[in-house]
Design a protein around this ligand. Sequence first.
Ligand SMILES: [Zn+2]
Length: 243
Amino acid sequence: MSRDSLSIKSRPTNFRDIKGQDDVVADILDLAREGSFPAFSIFHGPSGSGKTSSALALARLLKCNDYNFSKKTICKKCEGCQSAEGANLFHVNCAVENIRDHFVGEIRQGYKFYSNPWSCAGPRVHLYEEIHCWSKMDHAKLLKLTEMKNVQNVFIFTTTVLEQIYKPLVSRFTPFSFRSVSLENAVQVLIGAANCAGLNISEDDLWKIAEAHYPDLRSAVNLLPLFELRRRRQPDIPVRNLL
Ligand SMILES: [Zn+2]
């Protein structure tokens, strides 16, 4: 069984399941439908607002030959959909990986890898999560990397603090703004996560958990398995005593 946290395991895999971001999702889908999704973009907004999920859903969309734009789902049948999950994706979490040690070399290798001929439709996606965790000098190095000409690459950076990113990098990238999710949407996310993990938690309890943690949705989702155990031990006590 996977030991990934529930917030990762229950992450939406399609735009259809990304809650409370209708405007920005419509922008992304319209651009993708026209085949004009920008080569460089920054997804910015609060933690837990769906930036990484949207980037991963876009990577799936871009390798699907027959994406269903009205249902916002991949076809699951074409060559791209049949290829390995993340086959067109180079994914770096800048909060975890440090560019200064060995990573520049790995990025170069990754870039070389993704510059090679690619049998499936669509470009390769380079996703740099939490890009503000790297220094301005690192951003300048990345800027050089993005200047390599190759139309078959899409670079997406995500950040919670746009103002901390090296300005020349920001000005090169198209900004996509994600909002804080509403409490109603937060509850929907918790219901989805509880279903995904097969947890038996009442909707009333999920509302109270969402309220207590709002807007930090990730911690609320990751608490659910433990909450269910505590609830089973103590079925009658108020939610606040179980958090
Ligand atoms: Zn497909």
